[in-house]
Design a protein around this ligand. Sequence first.
Ligand SMILES: [Zn+2]
Length: 141
Amino acid sequence: MESNDKQSKLDSRYLRMARIWAENSYCKRRQVGALVVKDKMIISDGYNGTPTGFENVCEDENNISKPYVLHAEANAITKLARSNNNSDGSTIYITASPCIECAKLIIQAGIKRVVYGEKYRLTDGIELLERAGIEVVYMEV
Ligand SMILES: [Zn+2]
């Protein structure tokens, strides 16, 4: 078992890595990054963006996010579906508070901890995670 101090240092580093990873996003309104870590290995990563094969533009002409833009954590979790890894028992690091749609995916993916770095007006995603018994940690980066 890791000491709390050691764990929070690791958490802080992974969260900062997720923030750097978010820079890959071509979305203009908001850039979000996510990393899935299991046994101290990064097993998946994601940032918000359109599905594979679509134009690399997230916003429409009115600067509204297109409905088919995937959130960073949804991209990280669905990337695992095409890999040999699995997220059961893992931790997800997200630069922003997960929405309720992504919270559902996190629960079903067997993720046990969520570390996030930016609070959001809506807290229903966080509440759902807590209801599912997932450890949720807010950390400033
Ligand atoms: Zn989401």
